[in-house]
Design a protein around this ligand. Structure first.
Ligand code: AVJ
Length: 327
């Protein structure tokens, strides 16, 4: 089938305004910050797809292997399953792996793809469209709004399984993750299910290689945020004046990424009404990726009024898939 993507110019204008406002606000904080959600312009999304192929970044492969291995059971644990809703589908290939693992024949599924990026929706719909017996609906929207739209259209026909994969939950700080999961829960009805992928705590050396790889792809992904500010907000960041740094914060159980000013410099971002002076060594904190223990994931989901159905872990890569139902 031909997936349709809604006209995006209004949404893009809103996104541009939000970017300008956030750059103005977060770069003025102490320490300076930029929200990690802005990594994913066209180049940033391509760099992220490249990261997923890196031998040092195990998340994507580990999750795909768990989905292939346990997909049939995952889908069969949700009875009367009629719809899948993936929040942030990326290339669509995790969802395709899951559905391909279903027992055959299976009933027809409506697949809702939710992302703010039209390019991501386009790519994911093309991947998912290779599957038999699926109808695709795209929602160019935030996760919360897209899930609300999907739930509103779904169904007397059966239950929904929402997917939040790739350890994307790890970008929320703990109170933010709790709040986000409660919002998700509120959009579902009793008996609907949620599958969450989470990266687990592992040795520091492995974590640092995953976020500061020898090819410099993650460094490029991080510094592309400055390239994006220059292009979209007319900034004059000297991209070479900032170095990539990844640190493991064991106290808060998160990998942090920062951009470090290599010298004294000042930067103007006219469309964010901003002029900033950086001292040598001054940092911009661009991302946190929280790492969990399997039981912490269960507890987090239970706090949001989900009941545990099953959890699968890859002990070598230290990654978990947790399936819960709305109770
Ligand atoms: C897509 C947010 C899960 O935190 O591992 C990859 C993004 N950042 N390398 C992660 C990312 C640096 C990724 N998430």
């Amino acid at each position: 089938m031909r997936p349709s993507v809604a006209p995006d110019s209004a949404a893009e204008r809103v996104e541009h305004e939000a970017f300008a406002g956030d750059v103005e606000y977060y770069l003025a904080l102490t320490p300076r910050q930029l929200p990690s959600r802005y990594f994913y312009d066209a180049l940033g999304s391509a760099l992220f797809e490249a990261i997923c192929e890196l031998p040092w970044y195990p998340i994507t492969r580990a999750e795909r292997a768990l989905l292939a291995r346990h997909g049939r059971e995952i889908l069969s644990r949700v009875d009367q399953l009629a719809m899948l809703v993936e929040l942030g589908p990326g290339s669509g290939d995790k969802l395709a792996t899951l559905v391909a693992a279903a027992e055959t024949p299976r009933r027809r599924l409506t697949v809702h793809l939710v992302d703010v990026s039209p390019a991501a929706l386009d790519l994911a719909s093309r991947t998912v469209a290779t599957l038999d017996a699926v109808d695709i609906v795209t929602h160019q929207a935030t996760y919360e709004a897209g899930l609300a739209e999907a739930s509103a259209r779904g169904s007397a026909r059966g239950r929904a399984l929402a997917l939040f994969l790739g350890s994307n939950i790890g970008n929320f700080d703990p109170p933010g993750a709790d709040e986000f999961l409660r919002t998700i829960r509120a959009e579902l009805v009793r008996g609907d299910a949620l599958l969450v992928g989470t990266d687990l705590v592992k040795p520091e050396r492995e974590l640092l290689l995953a976020y500061d790889d020898p090819l410099g792809v993650t460094a490029a992904f991080n510094r592309n945020l400055l390239v994006r500010i220059n292009r979209e907000l007319d900034g004059d960041f000297d991209v070479e004046g900032f170095a990539h740094r990844a640190v493991w914060n064991a106290v808060d159980s998160r990998v942090e990424m920062h951009l470090v000013s290599t010298r004294r410099q000042s930067v103007r971002v006219p469309r964010a009404s901003l002029e900033v002076r950086f001292e040598p060594g001054e940092t911009i904190w661009t991302e946190s990726s929280y790492k969990y223990e399997p039981d912490e994931v269960k507890a987090m989901l239970e706090r949001a009024s989900f009941g545990l159905l099953a959890q699968w872990t890859d002990e070598r890569a230290r990654f978990a898939l947790t399936l819960v139902e709305a109770v």
